[in-house]
Design a protein around this ligand. Structure first.
Ligand code: ADP
Ligand code: ADP
Length: 220
């Protein structure tokens, strides 16, 4: 089965009389271990699609299947539970907490889980992304590429099946971007995680198994 699937998804925003159709009859899927890129011009619906895939927003019409299970009509609380179990997020601007160390940042998604193995997992992940000697550095003591590696470790700490990335190389130079993409490639191969990245970066397209083009809310 697909780890995540959108079937005939429509998203309409009603902004005081004027209706914007951000997604129009979108069919999409990703399989475990697959690397899928989503490209398209500004305003084509990429963020909306990522929010629906990330269970941060619900479609106006259509179905969202997560690991074969219909999650379209779950309550907000049930969605949060599914999101924490299945999905890791990575952002263009890293979204690290500036006052916390790399290690503490990676532990953030586990803090309320009272999991005694969390620190060990966070340490192992930082070693894996090449930052074993930077555990106690704060974000402002790290380069852009290192910050994104911390964010990748944080996204993986609850062992998700899906990584959703919003312009993950957008704030990185070409070479650093490539090293982060190499890391994504390793993760999806070794951990069987589906990586879905929204991007303008043609370099990212080279890494993807498939590229989906969104134009005016429709997949081309
Ligand atoms: P992209 O990420 O490709 O730039 P978005 O998903 O952000 O595209 O936007 C798709 C369309 O939906 C745009 O026309 C945008 O203005 C509209 N849109 C997005 N979010 C909202 C919102 N919260 N309310 C109203 N319109 C929105
Ligand atoms: P960036 O500018 O780094 O790409 P944004 O602040 O634009 O990041 O956020 C990208 C998307 O992620 C937004 O559409 C937003 O709804 C979503 N988002 C923001 N904060 C969170 C969060 N804590 N967890 C999951 N998704 C989030």
């Amino acid at each position: 089965t697909h780890i995540i699937e959108l079937q005939h998804v429509w998203k309409r925003y009603d902004t005081g009389g004027e209706v914007v159709e951000a997604l129009k009859d979108v069919d999409f899927y990703a399989d475990p271990g697959e690397f899928v890129s989503v490209m398209g011009p500004s305003g084509s619906g990429k963020s909306t699609m990522l929010n629906v895939l990330g269970l941060l927003d619900t479609p106006t019409e259509g179905t969202v299947l997560l690991d074969g299970k219909d999650v379209t009509d779950l309550t907000d609380q049930e969605m949060t539970t599914q999101r924490k179990q299945f999905i890791g997020f990575i952002f263009q601007s890293f979204h690290l907490i500036p006052t916390l160390s790399a290690l503490e940042n990676v532990e953030v998604p586990t803090l309320f889980g009272e999991d005694p193995t969390a620190r060990e997992r966070a340490t192992d992940l930082l070693e894996r992304v090449g930052l074993g000697d930077r555990l106690h550095y704060r974000p402002d003591q790290l380069s852009g590429g290192q910050k994104q590696r911390v964010a990748v470790a944080r996204a993986l700490v609850n062992e998700p099946r899906i990584l959703l990335a919003d312009e993950p190389t957008g704030n990185l130079d070409r070479k650093t971007g490539r090293s982060v993409l190499d890391l994504f490639d390793e993760i999806r191969r070794e951990d069987d995680v589906a990586v879905i990245a929204v991007t303008h970066d043609p370099q990212l397209g080279e890494y993807a198994d498939r590229t989906v083009q969104l134009v005016d809310g429709r997949i081309q």
